[in-house]
Ligand binder design. Structure first.
Ligand SMILES: Cc1cc2nc3c(=O)[nH]c(=O)nc-3n(C[C@H](O)[C@H](O)[C@H](O)COP(=O)(O)OP(=O)(O)OC[C@H]3O[C@@H](n4cnc5c(N)ncnc54)[C@H](O)[C@@H]3O)c2cc1C
Length: 200
């Protein structure tokens, strides 16, 4: 497997349909189609036969980006929920005073901090030029699952308003799900992590 640079406009290289997505709608995603596309050998990227290794290296770094993206969404959802829980009154008191809500906030805050530590660890390994296949997969897996849990809890804390577009948590909820899929699903992260653990 080898990697190539294919310029837009090359015969046989076409953009397909734009996907109609659940979330992340400000970032366009489209198919790319190769149909009898012939390219010159000068368009080879790196060395012949190294495409798979290159892709895996790119994914190691890319996974830290998705972990950071997950953290951003989770923090946004958590901060909105924290604010709302203190503003919204039911039964004569802010809903944050109900243990059912305050314990959710405690779980959200704890998970976010743990996800941030894993993400910073993976980024530190990358900055120091160390191998970080295991660290980046752990950060991406954990932060993305936290992101989905936190966004879900944030909608729940907002009650009916959480299901409307008047509050930001509805968007966080839709955007969050991409994080457990893109740059390798959670199942694939577990595959990578378990391989790394069993190798040592
Ligand atoms: C919005 C968006 C943007 C994207 N952008 C890009 C991009 O820019 N570039 C790019 O290259 N790709 C991109 N992707 C593709 C993305 O990386 C893949 O969708 C993702 O890696 C999952 O692959 P798949 O869709 O083929 O799922 P599949 O591999 O078909 O997986 C389906 C299900 O089976 C599970 N599964 C598959 N294999 C195993 C296994 N061995 N063990 C256990 N479970 C398994 C998966 O975890 C998943 O739950 C994008 C996807 C989305 C949604």
């Amino acid at each position: 497997m080898s990697a190539f640079i294919v310029e837009r406009g090359t015969q046989g290289f076409l953009a397909g349909k734009k996907e109609n997505k659940l979330g992340m709608r400000a970032s366009e995603t489209a198919e790319i189609i190769f149909d009898h596309c012939r390219i010159h050998k000068d368009q080879l990227l790196g060395k012949e036969g190294e495409g798979f290794v290159q892709a895996m290296k790119v994914l190691d770094g890319g996974r830290i980006s998705i972990a950071a993206l997950s953290l951003g969404i989770a923090k946004g959802a958590y901060e909105a929920a924290l604010r709302y829980a203190q503003e919204r009154h039911q039964f004569g008191q802010p809903i944050a005073r109900f243990q059912g809500i305050s314990f959710k906030l405690a779980d959200m805050a704890t998970r976010i901090e743990a996800a941030e530590l894993l993400t910073r660890q993976a980024a530190d390994f990358k900055d120091r030029g160390l191998k970080m296949t295991r660290e980046s997969a752990m950060a991406k897996y954990y932060a993305s699952e936290v992101c989905v849990q936190v966004a879900n809890d944030a909608v729940q804390i907002h009650g009916g308003y959480g299901y409307t577009k008047d509050f930001p948590v509805e968007k966080f909820y839709r955007d969050a799900k991409l994080c457990t899929i893109g740059e390798g699903t959670s199942e694939i992260q577990k595959l990578v992590i378990s391989r790394e653990i069993l190798r040592s």
